[in-house]
Design a protein around this ligand. Structure first.
Ligand code: AMP
Length: 394
């Protein structure tokens, strides 16, 4: 993957249009989680420190091309100012006169936030007129929103074709980590894919089987594979209609020389609730459901991690939100964290509930990289080209 970074750009005196993801959660009228704001500060600070002008482009919510006052980015401005430690100007429209006037009023080192790009229908349609109107505001384009890079929108794709473009610091870190995990990884590579359903992860499994040396399948989706191998799954979450698909995946893995690890022992319960009485079995009783992988499965996973140089992880190994069915996810995550800490493993994780599961296990801090990008991370794991990233390639 070839892309320019901020280091390759002339920033002094220039107006940099920076696409950020500050689609932050709100509670009682105030930003309740600053993670996304903090993640883009290094890029803004670097532009400001070089004497550039940072103009922030962002979406907020899903206004669907209409002006929706409740989705105004003006509400995010105070939090941005607080985290940045300096004033942030605001323009009530991201294109046209309000935006132009606000950019004209900027001095080097200033920061300006433009109103929600999705207030214009042209944003999500990647309308060339919209992209041109945005591009007219600045000298260079910096994309720091990996999490929005799977969508070809005017502010993520169209604009990158019209101005000298580069990746911001967060985008750079994300792409570097992803390249190290699947692009050009140290081998052997092991992937963990868990979560609820096979049906949502077919493309992901298909791509991984071609790229990794071993694949651990866990969570509810493992039940579909077990059922496809004629193991009883009782009342477990299971997509019986995908048995044939699961068998094709198993055959393909074998043909490719990708070792596939399914649970060899199971934690089952009669109720889906915290602290429901549970037992460890090798075959699921008819009236029970599988809610986690058992200790022998965890030992096998840990051994596999120990023999691997790279780990890529998406999805929990069990119903991790409720105790004690978080045990396998916690144990495997902590082992990955330990191996990473000791320097033997490059570990990258992301997508959906994975971040929450690894945080809960207290393991996230030791992973080499945790992506908070959600949909974009999954599409990258599926081997898809992300339009916002492709537009940065020379
Ligand atoms: P996903 O969003 O596909 O990564 O799925 C995550 C969800 O799968 C979590 O809410 C887990 O509780 C759920 N899950 C994992 N294993 C099981 C299982 N064996 N039975 C039911 N739900 C599960």
């Amino acid at each position: 993957m070839d892309f320019k970074t901020l280091d390759a750009m002339e920033l002094t005196g220039k107006t940099a249009l920076v696409r950020v993801d500050i689609n932050v959660p709100f509670e009682n009228g105030a930003v309740s989680d600053f993670t996304r704001i903090d993640a883009v500060l290094p890029t803004i600070n670097d532009i400001v420190a070089a004497g550039g002008k940072a103009v922030l482009l962002a979406h907020f919510g899903r206004p669907k091309g209409q002006v929706v006052p409740e989705m105004s980015l003006a509400q995010v401005r105070p939090a941005l100012e607080a985290r940045l430690g300096k004033p942030v100007a605001f323009a009530a429209d991201c294109i046209g006169k309000p935006a132009k006037d606000a950019v004209l009023a900027m001095e080097p080192g200033d920061v300006l936030l433009l109103e929600n790009t999705r207030f214009h229908a042209g944003e999500e349609k990647n309308d060339p007129m919209m992209a041109a109107a945005l591009a007219a505001l600045g000298d260079i384009y910096v994309n720091d929103a990996f999490s929005a890079a799977h969508r070809a929108h005017a502010s993520t794709e169209g604009i990158a074709r019209l101005l000298p473009a580069c990746a911001g610091r967060l985008m750079e870190a994300e792409l570097t980590a992803l390249e190290a995990a699947l692009g050009n990884p140290a081998r052997p590579v092991v992937a963990v894919v868990g979560g609820a359903k096979v049906s949502t992860k077919l493309d992901l499994l298909g791509n991984l089987i071609e790229k990794v040396d071993a694949l651990v399948i866990g969570g509810g989706m493992a039940n579909t594979f077990l059922a496809a191998q004629a193991h009883p799954v009782g009342k477990s979450l299971c997509e019986h209609d995908l048995a044939e698909t699961a068998r094709v995946i198993l055959d393909k893995a074998e043909a490719r020389g990708c070792r596939l690890l399914l649970p060899v022992d199971l934690v089952v319960a009669r109720d889906f609730r915290a602290n429901a009485p549970s037992e460890i079995v090798t075959e699921c009783p008819e009236d029970a459901m599988i809610l986690d992988a058992g200790p022998e499965s965890v030992s096998q996973i840990a051994a596999l991690f120990g023999n691997s140089r790279t780990l890529i992880w998406n999805g929990p190994l069990g119903a991790f939100e409720i105790e004690p069915f978080d045990a396998a996810t916690n144990a495997a995550a902590r082992e990955a964290a330990r191996l990473t800490r000791e320097g033997g493993l490059v570990s990258v994780a992301g997508g959906g509930d994975t971040v929450a599961a690894l945080n809960r296990a207290g393991a996230a801090g030791d992973f080499t990289y945790i992506s908070t990008a959600g949909g974009a991370f999954l599409e990258w794991m599926e081997g898809k080209t992300l339009p916002g990233v492709a537009a940065l390639e020379p």
